[in-house]
Design a protein around this ligand. Sequence first.
Ligand code: NI
Length: 191
Amino acid sequence: MKTHPFGFDLSANISTFDNHLRRSLSDLEGYFSDVAAYCSLRESGNPVVYEVYGRERPEVTGELFFGLSVVHPGVVGNEYFMTKGHYHLVRDTAEVYYCMGGQGIMLMEDIEGDWAAEELHARRVVYVTPGWAHRSINVSTQEDLVTLFVCPAHAGHDYGAIARKGFRKLVLVEMADQWWSTTRLGRLPGN
Ligand code: NI
């Protein structure tokens, strides 16, 4: 199907996106390490943790899937609100994230045990190389972490491995605070 090229103003027009995914805390059972804090927060209102606004494109080679990821501010025990995180079903596909606002960390790992963490702040770009699982973490308790993502439309999402085992590294509140108040760039201390 032929589609005419199009453009849009991101800051002004969220309705550009025709797909809206909303993940509440109850959708993230098993993702946070503090189970008591998780249950308590879920029962006292079950807040929306993150939302994804996507633009539907044919899931074929050559097309791009793109949209906005919005991780809301909040904590569950000693962890900040974060996305589930995923590998791509088609593993050898990359993704670009462009941060539009907020403060965050992109946590990544591959199946060989390597891991990486990159800072997210306004106008910062993170390039997720093929084969790396990725999760966005909002380290602000005040504002949304907003990123624009673009990846091949046929990449798909594989949540299974992360849902079963989680990431090897956790970003804890005091670590993230330390990160943002000192180095601003670099790697998280091991945990
Ligand atoms: Ni992805």
